[in-house]
Each structure stands twice: as structure tokens, then as C-alpha cells.
Design a protein around this ligand. Structure first.
Ligand SMILES: NC(=O)c1ccc[n+]([C@@H]2O[C@H](COP(=O)([O-])OP(=O)(O)OC[C@H]3O[C@@H](n4cnc5c(N)ncnc54)[C@H](OP(=O)(O)O)[C@@H]3O)[C@@H](O)[C@H]2O)c1
Length: 331
């Protein structure tokens, strides 16, 4: 299969940016549709990356961004619904439409992002909708379209939504942090391992038709991860492990906070362990020759330095706001 052009849906997000770096480094032409291209201007400096404004839920705009692609990577996903964004639209209808358009446009390769423990019987709507999306793309595969599905546990790295969220909560906490679902289990996987898995799978024939689990090398209870974050970041707070009743109450309250730090649906997702090997599916990192990076190896580097994107934003803000002052200071 000759691969020159890749369209990455959701490429402006946390995982997508790492995939873009890998694709750009391999000199592929990459198209990234975004509803908010102005917020992702930094991507324009990546060689070969074309950032375009598009609403991927609009079929004709979606068709335009997929046109000419040899491969589609679909990373679009949400953790919580709101009035505008429903799981059914984002996790089910969109993948179904993408797979159908691959057939119509003669695109032969589709890599689809799902989530570990997705299942029609899962306790949360998030995991059930991810399972429906997987089923839709897998149903579309055949000799003309090769599909690979990835199911990561929680993903960590610079600018992630997990370590950074708990770090922010620890910073706000007065001396103790009440932690819902403390015994929920995860096998955090490093974002650069996930990005490498996607890129290695592009031409890897044995990955055709596979549903790959992606996990880090070690399993932890949530309270252990939060204690590690507290230790490594220097925000040494007492982590109070809440029981089921108090966890539900916190989720019911926190869903109304800005950014919805925790919702009842998130809590239901945590009722199943987000660890590999429970569903009889292959280990994607092993299959693609990637040695998983331990959380402990990366965690010390996540604090005390800004993530790539925030560093860029800060530079840009500084350049615009203080342009005269900056020029005045030049020797
Ligand atoms: N992060 C994790 O720990 C983790 C774990 C398991 C699975 N996953 C899955 O991996 C995928 C990527 O995760 P991520 O953490 O990189 O997410 P993210 O940072 O939130 O990025 C998601 C991207 O999708 C686009 N997007 C979001 N909502 C959209 C909508 N309603 N319609 C169209 N585009 C939308 C956004 O692009 P614009 O705003 O620029 O349009 C954004 O770039 C998701 O499918 C997620 O469910 C993530």
C-alpha cells in the first residue's frame, strides 16, 4: 500500500499532536480538520501538516477533508456529553460515516481510536458508545478497506488530561484531597508509545482487522497514581479514599463545575478496570514492537516544565503583547 497523504480527525488534540509529529517526521502529507484552527496555529509549523477549518459532522465538509487521503486516522472523542456534543454523534455516527466515506472515496486504510474495556455491556454510556463505534468501523472492513482499532487505557504525557488534572486538584487542595473511586485500576500508557503504535500500524499487514489493547507496563489503583503525582510534583497532600456513596455524591456535584472534572458516567466507567488482558484481545504495543514506558520514568519530567503547546502559547502571547518592549530590549 502506498501511503502519501493521511487525514487525522481529532489531530489537534492531546494524542493527535503526538501522532502528527510522528507522521510529519516520516515526511507524510497530513491534513488536520479542526473546528477551532485559530487555537492550534502552532501545528502549522510542522512540515507537511495542513490545518483546515472544518466541521467533521457535516458530511460534505467531511468528504472534502478525506478526499485524496490514502489513510484516515480517527481520534475524535469526548469524555462527557453536553448540549451540543452527544456520544451517539461523536463516537457512533461519525465513525460510521467515516468508514462509509472511505469506501466511497477509495481510501484503503482506517485507524480508529476506541477505549479500553469498551463493550455493549459496559456500565457507562462512554464505553458503550465507543463499542458501537468500533462495531461500525469493523463492519465496514473488507478487501477494499483495512481497519485497525486501538483501545488505550488512560494516556499520560505532556499536556495530558489525567496527570495534569490531578496535579491541578492537588494544588487547589487545602492539605487533603478527597478522591472518588480510589480503587479503580488503570495501566497508564505513555502518549509517545500510543503515537508510535498508530504510525507503525499504518503499513503493518498483521494489524489489519485487529483490535489492539494499549497499556503501560504496570497496573495501579487510582489512589496510588494520585499519591505518585503528589510525591513527584511536590504537592504532598493527604489523599482521602472515598467510599462508593461519597464518590457518587462528588460525581453528582462535580459534573456542574467548569470542565466537568468528574461526572456520574465517568464514575461508572471506572467500575471496570482499565487494564489489559481482560477481554482476550491482543497487546498492541507488543505486536508492533514497542516496549511500554513506565509512568515512573516520565512523571518527574511532567512537572516544573511547561508542555510543548503551553510553552508555544506563552511565547506567542509574550511576542504579541510585549512586542515593543521586547524590541526595545534587543541589544
Ligand atoms: N486521553 C486519554 O487518556 C484517552 C484514553 C482512552 C481513549 N482516548 C480516546 O483517544 C481519542 C483522543 O483523545 P485525546 O485525549 O487526544 O482527546 P482531546 O485532546 O480532547 O482531542 C480530541 C480532538 O477531537 C476533536 N473533537 C473533540 N470533540 C469533537 C467533536 N464533537 N466534533 C469534532 N471534533 C471534535 C478536537 O478538535 P478541535 O477542537 O480542534 O475541532 C480535539 O482535537 C479520543 O477518541 C478519546 O476517547 C483517550
Amino acid at each position: 500500500m502506498i501511503i502519501r497523504r493521511v487525514t487525522v480527525l481529532g489531530g489537534s488534540g492531546f494524542i493527535g499532536r503526538h501522532i502528527l509529529h510522528e507522521l510529519s517526521a516520516r515526511r507524510l502529507a497530513v491534513r488536520v480538520p479542526s473546528a477551532h484552527p485559530d487555537q492550534h496555529k502552532d501545528l502549522r509549523i510542522l512540515p507537511g501538516v495542513e490545518l483546515v477549518e472544518a466541521d467533521v459532522h457535516d458530511e460534505s465538509q467531511l468528504r472534502d477533508v478525506l478526499r485524496d487521503a490514502d489513510v484516515v486516522i480517527n481520534l475524535v472523542g469526548i469524555l462527557n456529553e453536553d448540549r451540543r456534543r452527544r456520544f451517539d454523534d461523536v463516537h457512533v455516527a461519525l465513525p460510521r460515516r467515516v468508514a462509509a466515506l472511505c469506501g466511497e472515496l477509495g481510501i484503503r486504510r482506517l485507524l480508529h481510536m476506541s477505549a479500553l474495556r469498551a463493550s455493549p455491556d459496559a456500565p457507562s454510556r462512554y464505553l458503550r458508545s465507543k463499542a458501537e463505534g468500533e462495531a461500525a468501523v469493523l463492519a465496514a472492513q473488507g478487501p477494499e478497506l483495512q481497519v485497525t482499532v486501538f483501545r488505550p487505557s488512560v494516556v499520560f504525557g505532556y499536556d495530558d488530561h489525567f496527570v495534569n488534572r490531578f496535579h491541578a486538584l492537588l494544588k487547589l487542595a487545602p492539605g487533603w484531597l478527597p478522591l472518588p473511586a480510589p480503587r479503580a485500576r488503570f495501566a497508564p500508557v505513555f502518549v509517545e508509545d500510543v503515537a508510535l503504535a498508530f504510525v507503525r500500524a499504518l503499513r503493518h499487514v498483521p494489524s489489519y482487522g485487529q483490535v489492539y489493547e494499549l497499556c503501560g507496563p504496570k497496573e495501579y489503583a487510582l489512589w496510588e497514581i494520585v499519591s505518585l503525582i503528589a510525591e513527584e510534583s511536590g504537592e504532598r497532600k493527604w489523599v482521602i479514599r472515598l467510599g462508593d456513596g461519597a464518590s457518587s455524591l462528588m460525581a453528582a456535584l462535580m459534573r456542574w463545575l467548569p470542565g466537568k472534572p468528574l461526572t456520574p458516567d465517568n464514575l461508572r466507567s471506572m467500575k471496570v478496570d482499565s487494564v489489559c488482558g481482560r477481554d482476550g484481545l491482543p497487546d498492541g504495543l507488543a505486536a508492533l514492537g514497542i516496549r511500554p514506558t513506565p509512568l515512573e520514568a516520565v512523571l518527574p519530567y511532567l512537572f516544573g516544565q511547561l508542555g510543548v503547546r503551553r510553552r508555544y502559547d506563552r511565547l506567542r502571547r509574550f511576542a504579541q503583547r510585549d512586542e515593543d518592549e521586547w524590541l526595545g530590549r534587543l541589544p
